[in-house]
Design a binder for this molecule. Structure first.
Ligand code: RFL
Ligand code: PHB
Length: 398
């Protein structure tokens, strides 16, 4: 089998790329190792930047997003037992974010691609990418018990952090930057109305907490926990009590989260990771395959979308003009934005979490920084601009 663009991985980056290419009249084959139900149920991110929303609309996946997505104009920061709201439109040039779960984005993109796109194969496990430095790179995969090969003009690795495509960049040309954090998140889904109209990020002397949502009747909350935490050690009542303690406000001592049945519970470790470059020959990497951020800045899914928006433009330019200019600058163009999001995610994470054995000096610095955001237009604007998403660069740095 041959295709123009072979896409490995059916997460948000692979699915959105397949749709953007389809819209541009470029054929692709998408290979996903898991089954459809697994991919559609994986609980992950929830915040979409405007550029992500625009790309989903442009490729025909906007209907349910527009009907069910919740547009948010800000977030609340709680620290030192007080609350401060960061207003996005007034600080960041009218920008807002949309709360719409990754699970729903993935469901919408899969339904569209199966209805009117190129082949999307589930349970197609890729084990090798060969010939990156030739005109005909090749993907080897197993599907329905058979060994298969797919030759391509270009291969895009959208296969996440544990994927195989990254190995197509020769080791001596690859640089990896990484930071692992000394804490994890315990995340829950609950059949309970959200805590407030907007998300609440809390710094407390008991650690970080985040109150998010999936719909007017479903909440998604997170607690900082030690690495290696077993969710079984956290019965529902313990989770709710701890969330309430971390969100406590002196000015409103009766404030409590709305409780309800907990329907999912999991622990996720936190990591920052960048692999450079994001391309070698005719193999290009996008999304978590090339970079990971800790989720505190809500950037992972949006960075994945930004990569494939830039990549779809570059592939379309090549397909219509024969010029590989934009493909050659793809890695540099993306990495500039990736590093900004890496810094913002690191900043949000290290400002809001309390490390084990954190010296009191550092806690005072965190509180000083949060107070600065609450009192300085410039400091708040810096947060708002990064949170709502910086403009998509179309050119590499000069
Ligand atoms: P994904 O979503 O990991 O998709 C990669 C896909 O590739 C498939 N795959 C293969 N397919 C074929 N052959 C192989 N050899 C393959 N190897 C892998 C996988 O099955 C999978 O379907 O990457 P993508 O598309 O780049 O999208 C990135 C986002 O998913 C990710 O950045 C965010 O979800 C990050 N993230 C979160 N971000 C937030 O902003 N808020 C969150 O609460 C949040 N929670 C999370 C997360 C990431 C997690 N991971 C990756 C462990 C929770 C988790 C658990
Ligand atoms: C989520 O709703 O899952 C979510 C929201 C904001 C974050 C991380 C996760 O920073």
């Amino acid at each position: 089998m041959h295709t123009t663009v072979g896409i490995i991985g059916g997460g948000p980056s692979g699915l959105l790329l397949a749709r953007l290419l389809h819209t541009a009249g470029i054929d692709s084959v998408l290979l996903e190792r898991r089954d459809r139900a697994y991919v559609e149920q994986r609980q992950r991110a929830g915040i979409l930047e405007q550029a992500t929303v625009d790309a989903l609309r442009a490729c025909g996946a906007g209907a349910r997003l527009d009907a069910e997505g919740m547009v948010h104009d800000g977030i609340e920061l709680r620290f030192d037992r007080r609350a401060h709201r960061v207003d996005f439109p007034s600080l960041a040039d009218g920008r807002r974010v949309t709360v719409y779960a990754q699970t729903e984005v993935v469901k919408d993109l899969i339904a569209l691609q199966l209805a009117e796109g190129g082949p999307l194969l589930f349970e197609a496990d890729v084990h090798a990418v060969e010939g990156a430095d030739t005109d005909r790179p090749l993907i080897r995969y197993t599907h329905e018990g058979q060994e298969q090969t797919l030759t391509c003009d270009y291969v895009v690795g959208c296969d996440g952090f544990h994927g195989v495509a990254r190995n197509a960049v020769p080791e001596h040309l690859r640089t990896t930057y990484e930071r692992v954090y000394p804490y994890s998140w315990l995340g829950i889904l609950a059949d309970a109305p959200p805590a407030a109209d907007e998300l609440i990020y809390a710094h407390s002397d008991r650690g970080f907490a985040l109150a998010s949502m999936r719909s007017p009747s479903v909440s998604r909350h997170y607690l900082q926990v030690p690495n290696g935490t077993d969710p079984a050690d956290w019965p529902d009542d313990r989770i709710w009590d701890e969330l309430d303690a971390r969100f406590a406000l002196d000015a409103d001592p009766g404030w409590r989260l709305k409780r309800g049945p907990v329907t999912a519970k999991s622990v996720l470790p936190m990591r920052s990771h960048v692999t450079e470059p994001m391309a070698y020959g005719r193999v290009l990497l996008a999304g978590d395959a090339a970079h990971i951020v800790p989720p505190t800045g809500a950037k992972g899914l949006n960075l994945a979308a930004a990569d494939v928006i830039v990549l779809a433009r570059a592939l379309t330019h090549w397909h219509t003009t024969g010029s590989t200019d934009l493909l050659e600058s793809y890695s540099d163009t993306c990495l500039r934005r990736v590093w900004r999001a890496e810094h913002f995610s690191y900043f949000m994470t290290t400002t809001l979490h309390t490390a084990p054995d954190q010296p009191p000096f550092e806690t005072r610095l965190q509180l000083s920084q949060l107070d600065r955001i609450a009192t300085s237009h410039h400091a708040a604007a810096e947060l708002a601009e990064n949170y709502t998403g910086l403009p998509l660069a179309t050119e590499p740095p000069a």
